[in-house]
Design a protein around this ligand. Structure first.
Ligand SMILES: Cc1cc2nc3c(=O)[nH]c(=O)nc-3n(C[C@H](O)[C@H](O)[C@H](O)COP(=O)(O)O)c2cc1C
Length: 330
């Protein structure tokens, strides 16, 4: 069974990927309830944290019930990263994760995120110092490389392991690919097959069906799957994958009542956590998937995603339950 430091995980664990404006405490809690084995916060700027920027600091909030939880930080300045580690530790997460994979221009232009894939010695140095600074297990999330011609992920992963990380999650795309094309899991399998690797190697990118998760486990031999987009507005994905592992059969999709209930709880937790305005706004992106496939749904979806008033959104949920309560999801 894979372990991250002393954290024992089940066979082929499913990890909720860090996702900006998605992987917040309410959503992580829903995913945990549906079977996610490890959850991560969205990336948090080390520079923001050390300046006590409220927008960064609120992202450190964690619920006891979501453990084990990793807090993900990004940056490229050693001093800032180390100070950020000290701040993160006070929130008492189970894991500190370093983001070496974000492809966004404003991040990579400062050598942070995937930008650091152009400077492997700096990547290794930062990681080594962070590992030394904290007693918590440190994990890394990264991509295959900067571009197709510079993929050295087998060597990079080994060097990161040698400076003390406890697990690595690899998104099977390069920075240049951004989110285009298909994720390539072959180089991730090469990392796993390196005889010197002994830490868990988790695969990431395009695990969007239970069959894909089985393929990652059985054909590519990876230690677990990190799941991002397939879970947005669909926290049941974790349960569905686990059911498929156990039985080889697909679980029936959640009923309308379960979906409305999850949407309601999601919104309520978001409001409790960050207030009505932000709670209403940031939960919007999940509704499309919560209610995917229902014909003639536009009018209701518009109500959910345009109103700033929580009462209106809750009323829209009630209406949906009443009007489409018997709808059979495929
Ligand atoms: C909306 C969104 C936000 C993301 N934010 C982060 C982030 O904060 N940190 C990170 O390491 N990756 C981030 N990612 C990348 C995902 O963690 C993941 O690597 C990527 O989506 C591929 O996995 P998937 O195919 O399962 O979605 C983000 C992806 C999406 C779609």
């Amino acid at each position: 069974m894979p372990k991250i430091g002393n954290i024992e995980l089940p066979d082929f664990p499913l990890l909720l990927a860090p996702m900006e404006d998605v992987s917040d405490p309410p959503f992580r809690k829903l995913c945990k309830e549906q079977g996610a084995d490890v959850v991560y916060t969205e990336f948090i700027s080390s520079e923001g944290l050390i300046r006590d920027a409220a927008k960064s600091v609120i992202k450190l909030d964690i619920y006891e019930k979501e453990r084990p939880v990793g807090i993900q930080i990004f940056g490229a300045e050693l001093d800032s990263m180390l100070q950020a580690v000290d701040i993160v530790e006070k929130s008492n997460p189970d894991i500190i994760d370093i983001n070496f994979g974000c492809p966004v221009k404003k991040v990579v232009s400062k050598n942070a995120g995937a930008g650091i894939l152009r400077d492997i010695p700096l990547m290794v140095k930062l990681t080594e110092e962070i590992v030394k600074r904290t007693k918590l297990p440190v994990t890394v999330k990264t991509r295959l490389g900067w571009d197709q011609s510079s993929i050295k992920i087998v060597e990079v992963a080994e060097r990161l392991q040698d400076v003390g990380i406890e697990a690595i999650s690899i998104h099977g795309r390069t920075r240049v690919q951004m989110y285009k094309g298909e994720a390539d899991w072959k180089p991730i399998a090469e990392v796993k097959n390196n005889q010197r690797m002994h830490i868990p190697v988790f695969g990431n990118g395009d695990v969007d069906t239970p069959e894909a998760a089985v393929k990652m486990r059985d054909e590519y031999g990876l230690d677990g799957a990190m799941i991002g987009r397939a879970s947005i507005g669909y926290p049941w994905f974790f349960k569905e994958v686990k059911h498929y592992f156990k039985t080889g059969e697909h679980l029936a999709p959640p009923t309308m009542q379960e979906r409305v209930e999850a949407a309601r709880r999601h919104l309520q937790m978001a409001i409790d956590w960050k207030g009505e305005k932000l709670g209403v706004f940031e939960t919007r992106r999940h509704y499309t998937n919560y209610f995917k496939g229902i014909p003639h749904f536009k009018e209701y979806r518009m109500k959910m995603v345009t109103s700033d008033d929580a009462a209106d959104v809750f009323a829209a949920f009630d209406e949906v339950q009443e009007k489409f309560g018997d709808y059979q999801f495929a």
